[in-house]
Design a binder for this molecule. Structure first.
Ligand code: C2E
Ligand code: MG
Ligand code: MG
Ligand code: MG
Length: 280
């Protein structure tokens, strides 16, 4: 019996798990190649204030895999985190973002804009993280206040006291800190109380049903009020309709990001345009 079970388990492993292991190995090998051959791309999604004026952008990674097209981050970032490849990938993102801010600083239309990048837990907790930030600021001579790091709850869950120390060090450098995907975790409120975030990003899942679902609208309204009471800037992500935008503005939300205004696009395609101008 036990032997039969074991054999069944093994057979299961052969058929299902093997495919999984192979596809993971393929993605891992592909990611190594992507780093070496410059197949990674940082896309930009514009962000706006309540009047539709451009305030900055979020950098979002894409992987252009030869023969397979553009692979979205959800399909490779988790594996990159497990394997540690997120460290060189994250450094590439930081470097690319700073390079972009350097270019922006030379043009009056873009020099006041803000750029935020996503930082994963493993990347944030690597021993050299603060040094990497210092080196990037130094290399590109950018103003640190133009750069923000978006962290998710998984960063905090890793090690609260180290997170706090690191965040204070980031803040001392003058770099901004945003709590991404707010509302999807479990203990976000205590993080907000203890950690030096300056911005809170309301998760897209609340925004996408705030019109149809009164409780989502209520949560958003309360989140904005709480964020403001704590001195935070509140930004809504995933804004897709005029109706959502109107209600969010009504609730006092400070900044907006979503397909209504702009989709993420490559650096070459990205243009520093206000939303109102584009509508006219
Ligand atoms: P995120 O940081 O919460 O980014 C927002 C995601 O929502 C992006 O997906 C964006 O394309 C999408 N989005 C923006 N506006 C709308 C909208 O109006 N409607 C809908 N349906 N979606 C919208 P994306 O680019 O696929 O990125 C997914 C996640 O991958 C990001 O979520 C972030 O957690 C992670 N990620 C992206 N780039 C990086 C990176 O450079 N490093 C790390 N560590 N993670 C990254
Ligand atoms: Mg983000
Ligand atoms: Mg988010
Ligand atoms: Mg997300």
């Amino acid at each position: 019996r036990a032997r039969d079970d074991a054999r069944n388990t093994w057979r299961f492993f052969n058929s299902e798990m093997q495919t999984l292991v192979e596809s993971r190995a393929r993605i891992e090998a592909g990611l190594h190649e992507a780093l070496e051959q410059d197949h990674l791309n940082l896309f930009f999604q514009s962000q706006f204030d309540a009047r539709g004026r451009l305030t900055g952008a979020e950098g979002l990674i894409r992987w252009n895999r030869p023969g397979e097209g553009r692979i979205p981050p959800d399909q490779f970032i988790p594996l990159a985190e497990e394997t540690g490849l997120i460290l060189p990938i994250g450094s590439w993102v930081l470097d690319t973002a700073c390079q972009c801010l350097k270019t922006w600083s030379t043009n009056p239309r873009t020099q006041g804009l803000h750029l935020s990048i996503n930082v994963s837990a493993r990347q944030f907790h690597q021993p050299r993280f603060i040094d990497l930030l210092l080196e990037a600021l130094d290399q590109y001579q950018i103003s640190p206040g133009r750069l923000s790091l978006e962290l998710t709850e998984s960063v905090v869950l890793n090690d609260l006291s180290q997170t706090e120390q690191r965040m204070l060090a980031v803040r001392d450098l003058g770099i901004g800190l945003a709590l991404d995907d707010f509302g999807t975790g479990f203990s976000s409120l205590s993080y907000l109380k203890h950690l030096p975030f300056d911005t809170l990003k309301i998760d897209r899942s609340f925004v996408s049903d705030m019109i149809a679902t009164a409780s989502s609208a209520a949560i958003i309204r309360a989140t904005i009020a709480m964020g403001h009471a704590l001195g935070l800037t509140v930004i809504a992500e995933g804004v897709e309709t005029q109706e959502e935008w109107a209600l969010l503005k009504d609730f006092g939300c400070d900044a907006f990001q979503g397909f209504l205004f702009a989709r993420p696009v490559s650096n070459e395609e990205w243009k520093p345009t206000d939303f109102s101008v584009k509508q006219a």
